[in-house]
Design a protein around this ligand. Structure first.
Ligand code: FE2
Ligand code: FE2
Length: 295
């Protein structure tokens, strides 16, 4: 197996753009009726050839290299938050360096996706902290700008340190993961105990956990669940890992499910008019966020 620190460029960035992963999720979970929109699923994509091969390669790498040890290493590094400090609006500009030209859907940058998500939440009359969740939920993708490979930033997340669910996309690739044949990690419970609660479970490393840790002192618990588990499709869409949940997780699941359609189905080719929206969001950020965000 290639050590993670000897990856080639193709192994660092198998996707042409991070959106290829999200488009693939949309194909797996096409259910736009769940929020008020008349757009049809097919309208969200117009790739002639969907990025299936690159997405498959992406998951091969993700499932091979996201080991229990890899996650500990990333947590030790990133959860120090000693990389950067920026006012929130500068942070969106920083995130937008991830602009990509290869998405034929919308030509929208990262910030527009965040704004469309938050605006869809606001339009449905949800509490303002949930609007804030919409605005911040993908901020963790700045991990790419700190040099992390795509498969350590995006992709469906899953528990590490215990057996993998076969409801996780491309489960066959887990046989490449060293943890798969490590008896500390390959049993049903692995390093965990029955009903230990997701807060005690390490997820594969990516933008969800990172943004949760960034926001954890600033938003209500239900919003933090939305951030932390929004890519944990095996749980919130497939109902897996019940044996690790506690009652609090079961209570919070409804919030994670409430958020997901806004993330998946709010993409629209018309960018929101930021100049009109700015005063509202300025006030919202002042209410919930510290003057500077730490990365
Ligand atoms: Fe996300
Ligand atoms: Fe998103």
């Amino acid at each position: 197996m290639t050590p993670v620190n000897k990856l080639t460029e193709a192994e660092i960035n198998p996707l042409q753009s991070l959106d290829e992963w999200e488009d693939d999720v949309l194909e797996r979970y096409p259910d736009p009726e769940s929020i008020a929109t008349s757009r049809k699923t097919e309208e969200y994509r117009n790739y002639e050839t969907p990025g299936r091969d690159t997405v498959k390669e992406f998951y091969r790498l993700n499932h091979t290299y996201q080991t229990y040890d890899f996650v500990q290493e990333k947590k030790n590094d990133y959860l120090k938050f000693d990389k950067k400090e920026m006012p929130v609006w500068d942070a969106f500009q920083f995130l937008n360096q991830l602009v990509d030209d290869s998405d034929p859907d919308t030509d929208l940058d990262q910030f527009q996706h965040l704004l469309q998500t938050s605006e869809a939440i606001r339009a449905d009359g949800h509490p303002d902290w949930m609007v804030m969740v919409g605005l911040m939920h993908d901020m963790g993708k700045v991990l790419c700008l700190f040099g992390e490979p795509q498969w350590a930033v995006v992709g469906d997340t899953f528990p590490v340190g215990c057996a993998y669910s076969n409801k996780i996309v491309y489960p066959e690739f887990f046989s490449n993961n060293p943890d798969y044949s490590d008896e500390r990690y390959n049993t049903k419970y692995g390093v965990y105990t029955h009903g230990c609660g997701l807060r005690n479970v390490d997820m594969s490393w990516g933008h969800d956990e990172y943004v949760y840790q960034m926001m954890k002192n600033h938003l209500p618990e239900s919003g933090l669940y939305m951030l932390r588990y929004h890519s944990f499709y095996a749980w919130h869409r497939e109902g897996e890992y019940d044996h690790l949940l506690d009652d609090h997780d079961r209570e919070m699941l409804k919030w994670v499910k409430l958020f997901n359609p806004y993330d998946l189905y709010s993409k629209n080719p018309t960018p929101p008019d930021w100049s009109k929206l700015r005063p509202y969001y300025q006030e919202l950020a002042d209410k919930y966020l510290p003057a500077k965000l730490r990365f």
